[in-house]
Design a protein around this ligand. Structure first.
Ligand code: ADP
Ligand code: MG
Length: 664
C-alpha cells in the first residue's frame, strides 16, 4: 500500500487533515468524490438578484488595492473590465494574490453583486476566462485548513503518479461487456469533468464498481449460507409462548405478530434462520426478539443478544429480566465493564448451559466465549454491524439461527437486494395510541420560550432529554457543551429539578447508574451527547431538546427524536439552531424515517445514507442505493455470475474480494 505522504505536496500536517476526512490511503484520496458540481456560467449583471450567485470574467483594469484590518484580516479591491463594462471586485483575505493580479490578467470572479455600488463581493476568484461551454467545477467536503484547491491538487497529483495502481474491482469480462473506461480515466473525469456527458459515463462506471464489490460480498455470504444451511429444528411448546404473550402489558400489533410468526417458523424449520427484522424507531422490535429468545429457551437452547452500546445492553437486560421474571429462564449481562470474577463465572455458566439468555455488546462474538448449545443470536441496530462482522459471527464455527434488528428505513425491494443474504421481516405499524412528536425549530435567542416549554413538562412530572454535541469546551468552537448546559439549566430552574449528564467518555458503571436513575424518574433532565441516540427507551420522557441541531444529520435527529413519543401523551422535540433551518423543517414536517433518510441523502450528497456515525456496511462513496438501483441490480446479477464461475476461481481479483470479507 502506498503511503499518503508519497504524494507530492502532502506532509505530516496535511496527512492528519486528510485523516479527518477519512482519507488514509491513496485509494481513499482518489475516491474522495465531489459531493456536488458547480457550473461556471457567465451571469448577466443586468438581471441578477441580490442573493444570486454571480459569475463574471474579464481583465484586471486597476492595480489591486489591499486594505488591512485589525486581527490580520485584509481586503483586496480591484476593477475588472468585463464584456458588459467595468465592475468593482472585492474579496477578503486574498492579499497574497496581489502580485498575480497585474493589469490585463484574465480573472473569473464568483460572488454576490451589489447593483447600486456596482461591486461584486467575491467569495472566490480564479484565473482564466469563461468559455462558451459551461465550466464544471467539483466541490468537495473538506475540513478547516484544507481548501478546495488543495484537495483537488492532491487528488490530481495522486492520480497522475499512482493512477494505474489503484485497485479496480471490476473483472475484465464486465469491463469489456459495458465498454467501461479504465479506472484511472474514470477518476480523472470525475475530478475534472470536461462535460456532463463524460461525467455521467464515468460516474456510472465508478458506481457500478462500488456496487459490484458490495454485492459480491453479500452474494458470497449468501452462497456460504446456502452451502451449509442446516440448522436446528425445534418443536417447542408454543402454548408457553402464548401464555407469556397474553400476560404482556400491551397487545402486539399485527405487524409484530406477523414478524414473530415468521421468526418462529424459521426456528422450527431445519434450515438456519438468517433474518433481518426491520422497523422504524419505536415500532417495537425488541419484544419480538425477546419472545423469540424465550421460545428458543423453551426448546432447550441458549440465546445471545448483542447491542451496539453498553447503555442499550443494560436496558435490554433489565427489560428482559422484568418480562421473564415469572419464568424459569435465566438471563445474564456480559459487557466490557463486568468485573473479572463475575465474567469468569458467566463464562463457565455459559459453557455448562446454566445461563439461557446472555445480553451484551459485540464482546459476545469477539471474545472467546464458549456456549453449551447456542441456538439463537440476535443483533440489535444491525446497521452498525458491517458485512464483515456478519461474516465474523458465522466464522465462529457455531451454527445458530441469526436475527438482525435494524431501524434503518428501507423499502422491502431494496432491503431484499442489499441484504440479499437474508430474509426480511418489516414492522410498519407503530404501537396503538402513539401520537406524532410535535417538532419546533427555535433560534438560540428564543431560549426563554424553550425553557418555558421545558418547565411545563417538568411540572407535569415528565422527563426531558437535552442533547449537545460536545462534552467540554474546546478553544475554537462556540458549540454548546453538556457541562455548560447543566450549569445553565440549574440556574434557570433554580435547582428545583434533578439534572444529570451522560456522555460517551464516562465509565460504563457511571453511565448505567445515571441511566437507571433517569428510568426511575429520579433524574428529571438528562443532558447527553448522542450516546443515547440508539435504542434508549424511557416512556415517561416526553421532550427532547437538541442544541446546535444543524450539526446533526437528519437521520441522527430522527433517531434522537425517536427517544420520545413512546407513550400516549403528546411529546415535543425542540431543535435549536440559528442556521440551516430549511433542512430542519423537514423534521418538523415529517415523521417517516424513510422520507427523512431520503432527504438527508439528497441534501448531503452522495455518501452516507444513515448518518455519519452509523457507518456499518451501507456507506457508499459514490453510489446512491435509490437513484442507482438499476446499477445495483445489474451489479448483483453480475457479481453472482462471477462468483459462481469456476473458471475465475484463481483470479487475483476474486481472491482479493474474498479475502477482504474475512480480514477487515
Ligand atoms: P424499537 O423498535 O425502536 O427498538 P422498542 O422495541 O424499544 O422500539 O419499543 C418501543 C417502546 O414501545 C417500548 O417501550 C416497548 O415496550 C413499547 N411497545 C412495543 N410494542 C408495543 C405494543 N404492541 N403496544 C404498546 N407498546 C409497545
Ligand atoms: Mg431498539
Amino acid at each position: 500500500m502506498i503511503n499518503l505522504s508519497e504524494v507530492k505536496g502532502i506532509g505530516p500536517k496535511t496527512t492528519s487533515l486528510l485523516n479527518k476526512l477519512n482519507i488514509f490511503t491513496i485509494d481513499d484520496l482518489v475516491e474522495h468524490y465531489p459531493f456536488r458540481y458547480d457550473v461556471l456560467r457567465r451571469s448577466d449583471l443586468s438581471t441578477v438578484t441580490e442573493d444570486e450567485r454571480v459569475v463574471i470574467d474579464g481583465k484586471v483594469e486597476s492595480i489591486p488595492l489591499v486594505v488591512r484590518f485589525r486581527g490580520g484580516l485584509n481586503k483586496l479591491n480591484f476593477r475588472l473590465a468585463t464584456s458588459n463594462g467595468v465592475v468593482g471586485v472585492s474579496i477578503f483575505n486574498r492579499a497574497f494574490l496581489k502580485p498575480n493580479l497585474g493589469i490585463g490578467t484574465n480573472v473569473i470572479a464568483i460572488g454576490k453583486y451589489d447593483k447600486q455600488k456596482n461591486v461584486l463581493s467575491a467569495s472566490d476568484i480564479k484565473f482564466g476566462t469563461l468559455s462558451k461551454e459551461d465550466k464544471i467545477e467539483p466541490v468537495y467536503h473538506t475540513t478547516n485548513g484544507l481548501t478546495q484547491k488543495n484537495l483537488s491538487g492532491y487528488i490530481n497529483n495522486a492520480l497522475l503518479k499512482y493512477g494505474n495502481e489503484i485497485t479496480d474491482y471490476i473483472p475484465k469480462k464486465y469491463m469489456d461487456l459495458y465498454k467501461f473506461s479504465n479506472k484511472k480515466t474514470a477518476l480523472n473525469i470525475v475530478h475534472n469533468p470536461p462535460s456532463f456527458d463524460k461525467l455521467k459515463e464515468a460516474s456510472i462506471r465508478l458506481k457500478y464498481e462500488e456496487l459490484f464489490e458490495f454485492m459480491f460480498k453479500i452474494n458470497y455470504l449468501k452462497l456460504e449460507n446456502e452451502k451449509n444451511n442446516l440448522g436446528i429444528k425445534r418443536e417447542g411448546d408454543i402454548n408457553r409462548l402464548d401464555d407469556l404473550i397474553k400476560n404482556l402489558p400491551f397487545e402486539l400489533t399485527d405487524d409484530q405478530k406477523t414478524a414473530l410468526k415468521e421468526v418462529i417458523d424459521d426456528l422450527n424449520s431445519p434450515k438456519r434462520m438468517n433474518r433481518l427484522l426491520q422497523g422504524d424507531v419505536g415500532s417495537g422490535k425488541t419484544i419480538v426478539a425477546i419472545l423469540a429468545m424465550y421460545y428458543n429457551s423453551i426448546c432447550g437452547y441458549q440465546s445471545a443478544l448483542m447491542a451496539p452500546t453498553e447503555i442499550l445492553a443494560v436496558q435490554h437486560f433489565n427489560n428482559i429480566k422484568e418480562l421473564l421474571k415469572d419464568t424459569d429462564v435465566r438471563v445474564e449481562l456480559l459487557t466490557g465493564s463486568v468485573n473479572k470474577k463475575v465474567k469468569k463465572d458467566i463464562y463457565s455458566e455459559l459453557k455448562n448451559g446454566d445461563i439461557d439468555i446472555i445480553i451484551g455488546t459485540h464482546a459476545l462474538i469477539q471474545e472467546e466465549v464458549e456456549y453449551s448449545n447456542l441456538g439463537l443470536v440476535v443483533t440489535d441496530e444491525q446497521h452498525r454491524f458491517g458485512v464483515n462482522q456478519r461474516a465474523n459471527l458465522k466464522n465462529k464455527g457455531i451454527r445458530p439461527d441469526v436475527l438482525y434488528m435494524s431501524a434503518t428505513p428501507i423499502p422491502r425491494t431494496y432491503a431484499l437486494t442489499i441484504y440479499g443474504d437474508m430474509d426480511v421481516s418489516i414492522i410498519k405499524q407503530m404501537p396503538k395510541g402513539r401520537i406524532p412528536v410535535k417538532t419546533y425549530i427555535k433560534k438560540e435567542s428564543e431560549i426563554k420560550d424553550v425553557l418555558e416549554l421545558m418547565y411545563e413538562e417538568l411540572r407535569n412530572n415528565h422527563q426531558i432529554y437535552v442533547i449537545a454535541p460536545l462534552i467540554e469546551e474546546s478553544e475554537n468552537t462556540d458549540l454548546t457543551t453538556v457541562n455548560n448546559l447543566k450549569d445553565k439549566m440549574n440556574l434557570a430552574f433554580g435547582r428545583k429539578y434533578n439534572i444529570d449528564i451522560v456522555h460517551g467518555k464516562m465509565k460504563a458503571e457511571a453511565k448505567e447508574l445515571i441511566m437507571n436513575e433517569f428510568k426511575q424518574n429520579k433524574v428529571n433532565i438528562l443532558i447527553s451527547t448522542t450516546v443515547i441516540e440508539v435504542g434508549v427507551d424511557v416512556p415517561n420522557a416526553t421532550m427532547i431538546v437538541i442544541f446546535d441541531a444543524n450539526r446533526f444529520g437528519l437521520s441522527t435527529l430522527h433517531q434522537l427524536r425517536g427517544r420520545v413519543g413512546r407513550n400516549s401523551i403528546e411529546s415535543k422535540c425542540i431543535l435549536i439552531s440559528n442556521s440551516d433551518t430549511k433542512r430542519l423543517e423537514i423534521m418538523r414536517d415529517t415523521h417517516d424515517g424513510f422520507i427523512i433518510s431520503e432527504e438527508d441523502f439528497k441534501l448531503r450528497g452522495s455518501g452516507d445514507l444513515f448518518g455519519t456515525k452509523q457507518s456499518g456496511d451501507m456507506s457508499f462513496k459514490i453510489a446512491n442505493l435509490r437513484s442507482d438501483y438499476k446499477i445495483l441490480v445489474q451489479a448483483k446479477k453480475d457479481s453472482m455470475e462471477y462468483l459462481k464461475d469456476q473458471g475465475s476461481n484463481n483470479d487475483i481479483l476474486k481472491q482479493k474480494l474474498i479475502n477482504s470479507i474475512h480480514t477487515s
